[in-house]
Design a binder for this molecule. Sequence first.
Ligand SMILES: [Zn+2]
Ligand SMILES: [Zn+2]
Length: 348
Amino acid sequence: MIEEVVKTKAMVLREFTKPLALEEVDKPSYGPGEVLLKVKAAGVCGTDLKIRDGLVPTKELPLIPGHEVAGVVAATGADVQRFREGDEVLVSFYIPCNTCRNCRRGRQTICERLKGRIGFEFNGGFAEYVAVPEDCLIPKPPALSFQQAAVIPDALGTCYHVLVRRAQVQKGDYLVIVGGGGGLGLHALQMAKGLGAVVIGVDVSADKLELMKSYGADYVIDGQENPSWSKLVVEYMQGRRADHVVNFVAHQPSIDEGLKATGKGGKLALVAYSKEVKFNALYGHLNEIDLLSTRAATKEDIQECLKLVLAKEVETVISDVISLEDLNYGLQLIKDGKLKGRLVIDLE
Ligand SMILES: [Zn+2]
Ligand SMILES: [Zn+2]
């Protein structure tokens, strides 16, 4: 008997820097310990732009990107124990070994033997179907929509990881969020408020300043109108500098100014990244500044974020919903910095 190959739709990246193409592809195969997921919603983020342009490591092309995925289990491979057909889930997109030293101390995103990531080293969720290891699945609470569930692993998880695991923000800390009006920043802002921090949001348009205020920023600063904005931080904090500056932007002036806004013993956390940034090591030395890098979110972080959303402590900020074939348009929206929240592909 000849087995019929079932075709399904996906957005495929065949050449870096070029638009992705809507293609008919084979339904993904799934092995032992893996499930086939019918994708219901997939978040799109700045990292997808970097992937398209070949700026982050991925598998060899062609690649179906998409690392922010929620859907329904359509089929299960051998040995899958905890999930079955029809289960609604979201995906923790890192595939760690769970046994190395870093995994054992809860730092799975820097696993010594990372098997890869969904949407980077493995095909992802810009498709009708994706294969995912059972270990990466998290049950979707019925109270959340698939769209909400899709943005949680990255847009919320990454914020939780930097604020709670890396910077370890405490009640009463003074915290600056650079790029606070963006798709990650608005979630970080809400979480920082929930942790009891005094929050100053820095961004560059009147719209984004308003958004930061509406999500609870204690003070907001237009970084374009005030290029020396660290002085305003000191003013708002009654002569103090910040305990934490979390940077979601990564361009050099924002790092320079953020460092000036960081007080003695403070932490400068870089969520956004580029290959090179300059860091005034003399200022760092004189003030014992901790320079923190941070990488995505662990499955546990994502589960904590689910609790925050269910408890209504953090609201998911989804500004735009598009269809799968409009992904290139969506990537352009991100590139233009036009979004006022997260972008989600609806596949329901
Ligand atoms: Zn992402
Ligand atoms: Zn590991």
